[in-house]
Design a protein around this ligand. Sequence first.
Ligand code: NAP
Length: 281
Amino acid sequence: MKKFGLIGFPLGHSFSPRIHNKIYEMNNIEASYSMLEIDPARMQRNTFEELTKDFDGLNITIPFKSEILQYLNVINDEVQQIGAANCIKKVQNKWSGFNTDIYGFLYPLSRYIGNIKSCLVVGTGGAAKAVIYAILKHVKPKQLIIAGRMQEKADIIKNTSKKINESIEIITDNINAVNNNLLSMDMVVNATSIGMYPNINESILHERFKLKEGAIVYDLIYNPMETRLLQQAKLNNPGCVAINGLEMLIAQAVKAVELWTEKTISVKTTIEALDISVLKV
Ligand code: NAP
């Protein structure tokens, strides 16, 4: 019996156990999935070692995605460049770090990728860094705008991003100015927690924002399933493509289980099998 789980704080309403248990059941994987909620003030090397000693693989969430790197024995290039891991695997008593948010983010975008020439990413946290890496490496637009409430953070990400793909024009902006650029964007990504439960009336954009015809609005939030941002996008721009964070959440979980078990697992079949209604808090 393999032991997997999730480290983070707080973990209150996490959907991960339900998603993971379904993946194990569907793929005949004998495993358990535990929630390891740990106070950030208590997280040190010896706590990490004690906490993880019986585990074969773990997901890592807020606020430990960057801090975890110092306790790992091996990190791949993606994790090194993003500066964050959301999945770790124990092999011969050594921990390796991965970032499956990249795969998760790209999963619902696959059919649109060739048409995305300009992107706006709002947010400068852990998820934004993985999203920006995925965009630079795989979407490859001509232009990328990174916006945050502290433009300095966006500037730091811009500096590391230039090394990932030198041919893309990268501009930084303040979150308050993002409405000005919307009409030229093929894709707008919300990688902040603005609009997430319980603050469901908040949005990164103003009430009646207008998008380019056929533009994609991708909100990484999955609780609620339809954020204020996505509601407004559909209302004001009937031709837009609105994507929430649920497929990303499921796809990154599938990728983690693939890494841990070396099995091939279908994201599509997993999404179809999950009763999405039970994922509502
Ligand atoms: P994080 O590292 O804590 O980053 C949060 C980001 O939101 C930061 O850029 C933060 O700005 C910004 N922010 C928060 N409140 C704000 C406000 N009132 N005004 C302006 N900016 C604000 O968290 P994360 O891991 O990046 O997660 C971000 C979001 O993505 C969350 O909603 C999370 O649920 C979602 N997510 C979804 C998936 C999925 O699988 N669908 C995966 C990962 C994350 P500062 O940096 O200035 O504090």
